[in-house]
Design a protein around this ligand. Sequence first.
Ligand code: MD6
Ligand code: FE
Length: 214
Amino acid sequence: MQDSLFGDTPQPDQTLCEGAVVLGGYARRLDPVIGGLLEALAQDAPFRQMETPGGRKMSVAMTNCGGSGWVSDRAGYRYEGRDPLTGRPWPEMPAPLRDLARDSATQAGFTGFDPDACLINQYLPGARLSLHQDKDEADFSQPIVSVSLGLSAVFLFGGLSRADPVRKIGLEHSDVVVWGGPSRLRYHGISPVKEGDHALLGRRRINLTFRRVL
Ligand code: MD6
Ligand code: FE
């Protein structure tokens, strides 16, 4: 991981199954700007641990940028145009992030992806995300682009029903997963993040997921 931080060795693309591909190291172009971008975004819309509809506090801290932001509270999961914490619209999606998401989708064979939502997940060591489907979006023909940054993680990749077998995929700093088509509604999650200290982002894992919501 450390070796590839600012390196430019191309990593092979790894197809997980039809519609889901890992673009190894594809987000490396963000390295010079990502720290500053995250800091500015979190100033405007702070990371916060949201509540599940069942009333449990999530271990992952979240914020958003773009026209629509994903939120969870006792009323359920949904997208909102404003940050409930501040009452302001979510910060604009920075061009370097939007461009990376578009290019990643194109690289994976999904042309014309134009994201209006970027969910930003922050995992401190120990934080996890239990198996779930992403189904709060209107149009499942649009892919999701997911960018892993900072500490590495084990991505749990299941099937279309919760009981299906789960594969474990290691994701490192700057790996991008694009998934859509027949994989769009697969169950997935993140194992508890291990302790560590990343050269660029410190003691945390950041995940950006880009979607087309409206
Ligand atoms: C994460 N990712 O990597 C959590 N969802 O931190 C997701 O939940 C996810 O990576 C939809 C599509 C891609 C993802
Ligand atoms: Fe998800």
